[in-house]
Every structure is written in structure tokens, then in C-alpha cells.
Write a protein that binds this ligand. Sequence first.
Ligand code: ACO
Length: 311
Amino acid sequence: TPRELQEHFDRTIEREQRIEPRDWMPDGYRKTLIRQIAQHAHSEIIGMQPEGKWITRAPSLRRKAILLAKVQDEAGHGLYLYSAAETLGADRGELTEMLLDGRQKYSSIFNYPTLSYADVGVIGWLVDGAAICNQVPLCRSSYGPYARAMIRICKEESFHQRQGYELLLTMMRGTPEQREAVQDAVNRWWWPSLMMFGPPDSESRHTARSMAWKIKRHTNDELRQRFVDMTVPQAEALGVTLPDPELRWNPERGHYDFGEPDWDEFRRVIAGDGPCNAERIAVRRAAHEEGAWVREAAVSYAAKQAERAGR
Ligand code: ACO
């Protein structure tokens, strides 16, 4: 009966066991997961653009090989995540349509421009660092396919973060111009990185429900604090200044205090009005249209294979 199904679901969540694709689940749980996983997948795919544009302008063969590998990893992450969304009954083509016509979101962070090679390092350090902070707890998310995808994604993100930090260390040991480029990139990416964790808890419409379902394990503000605490000592080791005059250690709380991100800017960016939103979607749309022949060829090949197998 419906009541028994609901009770079985609740018990599974309560006992920290995983919900799997064939299990019964409430409609809202399925919808929340599709929204979050699709948004996450779109972010990985759109996230290839800001760094991808530097592949042809990498300063050495070594940097080029590293960046190429990193951007390819992001394509891979997008694909595992679309597959995870498909286990919930979502259609990949439809999800792409929803991204292109603005019905689904992707992370605010990828709407900012990359102005120098230092940005590649800062994206690795801060953006991928924030992604790891947010995603490690998702390895314990209650939905099996999502949690399992996150394990591999987090391992790769950790490589991305280190390559960024290593790039920045190298630049900080270089010329005054290189050090300035790093500081400039840090100034531009710091606040948008804090916004990646989502709106403040008081404005987060999904957190309470998602935490009760154990999809999310921490609130947006908890993870933002964890990221700040982790990053301040790294900034000191690197020799850069984080652009927040209110940033200081609070011994009573045992955490760093920090300033308030510009939430109006955040709202504008997720509503489509950030510095690069139009460009990101236009590039994604063109890639989708130019790839139509590949999808048609794959469908036609599959049909021929099925026909041969049927004979
Ligand atoms: N960028 C764009 N939209 C955002 C962001 C952000 N940084 N943060 C929150 N939002 C949106 C939410 O999607 C939601 O909008 P919707 O109802 O239209 O979907 C709205 O703002 C309110 O936010 P919350 O209620 O806090 O939403 P949620 O509980 O989903 O929390 C969070 C947001 C923390 C981003 C969560 O979805 C999550 O952990 N997602 C998985 C990680 C992820 O997507 N990472 C992508 C970037 S990292 C990378 O790819 C390198």
C-alpha cells in the first residue's frame, strides 16, 4: 500500500541506507534530485568554457596537457551526472533543452570571465576548492547513483584543486607582474566563489527538505564557513590577500568571521544577467546544434544494429 511504501522509504533514509533507482520514492524526492543533479551536470558542461578558452594559449606544453586533461574531466563529470539523472526517469535531451531555454540553472560561478592565465590557477584553487567542500558530503547523499558518481568526481576535483594551487605557487615565485596577476584574479574570484554555496540559509528554499531527505548533508552557510576556514591558511601560504576587510579569526566561535557577499549580484547572475550568461548559453546552444549529426548518426546506427539482431 502507499503507506507501507512511504514507511519503507522513511526507514531506509533513517537507517542511512541508500535509495536505488528501482525503489519507490516520493515524487518530491525524485523532482528535487533531478533538479539538483541536472543543475550540477549543466554546471560541469558549461564550466568547460571559461577555462577551455585558454587551452590554445597555455604558456607551456606541460600547462596545456594539464588543462586539457582537466577540461576533459569536467565533460566526464557532466556525463556521469546526466546518467545519474536518467536513472530517475529524466531524459537527457530534455534536460539540455531546459538548460538552453532557461528552465534549469547552472552554477553562478561560470558566468564570470577568465581574463588571464592566473584565472586558470585561481579557478582550480578557489572554484574547485569550493566544489570539493560542497561535494564531499554529497558522497553520503541518500540517492545511490548520485552518491557513487560523487566519489569519483571528488577524486578528480582534488587533482584539479592541486594543479591550480601549484600553478599559483609557481606564478607567486615569478615576476612582480605574475604576482599581480594572481592577486587580481583572487580579487575577482573570491566573492563569486563564496556565492557558489547558494543563498544564505534564511533564503534557501530547498535546504530544510533536502536535509530531511539526506540529499544535502549540510546547509549552504555551514559549507561556506568550512570553505573560508580551509582557504584562509592556504591564502597565507601562497602570499595573497583575500579581498575582505572583515575577515578575521574569531577565537570564541573557532571560525573565521567574514563579510557578506553581494547577494543582489548573486540574484542578478542566477536570473541570467551576469557578465557572461548570454555568451555561455550561446556557445552551448551552438555546440548542441553542431552536434546534431552525431546524435542522428548514433540513433540510426542503433536502429540498424537492432534490425540486424532481430533478423
Ligand atoms: N548558482 C546558481 N543557482 C544557484 C546557486 C548557484 N551557486 N545556488 C543556489 N542556486 C539556486 C538553486 O538552484 C535554487 O533555484 P531553483 O529552485 O530554481 O532550482 C535557488 O537558488 C535556491 O537555492 P537553495 O534552496 O539553496 O537550493 P539547493 O538546496 O539546491 O542548494 C546548492 C544549492 C548548494 C548549489 C545545491 O544544489 C548543491 O549542492 N548542488 C550540487 C553541487 C553543484 O551543483 N555544483 C555545481 C558547481 S561546482 C562545479 O561544477 C565545479
